[in-house]
Design a protein around this ligand. Structure first.
Ligand code: ZN
Length: 474
């Protein structure tokens, strides 16, 4: 007896070389595990279920993998775009006003935003992760979390652009200890739904010694390393000033380019650097919306995919993306890459859907558990209502338009049901686990406090934004 049988829908299994579409398909699960995937008539004949869901006119997909997200800075949504030097000039003046409460309330709303748009696995990468991880428990999401490790002193928000940051080994050691505690306390919790990896913030933000220590610990715990790499001209400038070489050569010389590395952005990486990373079997995360808005750059995922299938997508952050929705990421990834090389054939819909599901799952090291609809995998399943006006019509003969519609036309609000680890987290578009309205109202109140706390810094450091606000542009 199955717990749930979802049948007569368009199954997008993400098996095989493409998207593995099966019309009139059925999927059944028991507990947190998928038991059967097949054609509806046969599965309905062979299996009984406690709950039967008719998925006529619905697409049934594996939940999306957001391979890079900082939910802890979502409280600053909308405060750091249309600016150069995004981190120093955009983000840091506001970051000074954040408190533990504002971080946590923003994170909770951010996770709700993602899950309602079909994200089931979050690679959440932030400071204070031992607290933030509890939000994933509240919402019921699958999370692969990392606590950011850096050696940046507290007063870094006063740093001038171009100045070499001071690194403080005491800060680094404290943050490394936090990471180890996170792993010891949380890795494998909730029946394996929560996993923990290491998260050095970037090769420029911690010393060589500390990075090597992280690498050793990653071997000891058999963990991946989630890290920003070549994430902007700021990082390259710091690396050249401090070590006389660019980020990827530096990591190559330290033997840090390997299958443990989940390298994020590569905004400033050359083709040669990107392909060296691919040859060394590291994974790459592309954050198209974020890097488009904060840098005006299309990172070299095309070059990476020439050599590797370990590519993933991430929504990065809300202060400068400004949304955390994998439909948005898929669409931006396709459009920006087509525009970059003036060729509509590159980054076809089926390929970006793979990046957001099965390929992303493999890149983050969870390919055996999630990312496709297959017997034995975890029941992380979403259902998309194809009768939404923007998804009409669905055509099956002589060709299918389902995958292009999902990638180019869907917006996320068409996600009707989200199942994670066999549990119904979203039903009829409503979140079952957390009071969404209350979470939003709490975040609004905390954001006002954050803005008040950051006021002095913002007055001193964001004169252009102040003027544009006063003159009614923003
Ligand atoms: Zn990031």
């Amino acid at each position: 007896m199955l717990d749930v049988l979802i049948t007569r829908g368009y199954l997008v299994t993400m098996t095989g070389p493409g998207t593995g579409v099966m019309e009139n398909g059925a999927i059944g699960f028991k507990g947190n595990q998928i038991v059967v995937v097949g054609k509806a008539p046969e599965v309905e004949r062979e299996y009984k279920a406690h709950r039967f869901i008719d998925a006529t006119n619905k697409a049934v997909l594996p939940g999306f993998i957001d391979a890079h997200i900082h939910t802890g800075i979502a409280i600053m949504r909308g405060l750091a775009q249309d600016v150069d030097h995004w981190m120093q000039k955009g983000l840091w003046p506001f970051a000074a006003g954040m408190t533990k409460e504002s971080v946590l309330s923003g994170s909770l709303v951010n996770i709700i935003e993602g899950v309602k748009a079909g994200t089931t696995t979050f690679c959440d990468y932030n400071a204070n992760m031992r607290e933030i991880v509890k939000n994933h428990l509240l919402v019921g999401t699958r999370a692969r979390v990392a606590d950011e490790i850096n050696e940046m002193p507290e007063k870094v928000s006063k740093q001038e652009v171009g100045e070499l940051y001071p690194l403080d080994p005491a800060v680094g050691q404290a943050k490394l200890n936090e990471s180890v505690k996170l792993i010891e306390e949380w890795h494998g919790q909730e029946g394996g739904r929560i996993t923990c990896i290491f998260g050095p913030q970037g090769p420029d933000m911690l010393s060589r010694e500390l990075l090597l220590e992280v690498q050793q610990l990653a071997e000891k715990y058999d963990s991946m390393i989630h890290m920003h790499v070549a994430q902007g001209d700021r990082e390259i400038d710091q690396m050249v000033k401090r070590y006389g070489k660019r980020s990827i050569q530096y990591l190559e010389d330290l033997n840090c380019l390997n299958e443990r590395l989940l390298a994020v952005h590569l905004t400033e990486a050359t083709k040669e650097e990107t392909q060296l990373l691919a040859r060394r079997k590291a994974a790459m995360v592309l954050c198209s919306g974020s890097i488009g808005i904060i840098d005006g750059i299309v990172p070299p995922m095309a070059e990476f995919l020439e050599m590797s299938n370990r590519g993933a997508l991430g929504s990065d952050q809300a202060p400068g993306n400004n949304c955390n929705n994998m439909f948005n990421e898929m669409k931006f990834t396709a459009i920006l890459n087509k525009c970059r090389v003036r060729d509509p054939k590159v980054f076809p819909a089926w390929q970006v859907l793979r990046l957001a599901t099965i390929d992303g799952a493999r890149a983050i090291g969870l390919g055996d558990e999630v990312g496709s609809l297959e017997k034995g995998k975890k029941a992380d399943i979403i259902m998309v209502d194809l009768t939404n006006p923007n998804l009409v019509p669905t055509i099956s003969q002589p060709v299918r338009n389902l995958i292009p519609n999902l990638v180019y036309a869907a917006r996320g609000n068409e996600v009707e049901t989200v199942i994670i680890d066999g549990r119904f987290i979203v039903e009829d578009g409503k979140l079952n686990t957390v009071d969404e309205k209350e979470a939003a109202l709490t975040a609004l109140a905390k954001a006002a406090e954050m803005a008040e706390g950051a006021k002095e810094n913002v007055l001193a450091q964001r004169p252009t934004l102040l003027r544009l606000t006063e003159e009614g542009y923003y």
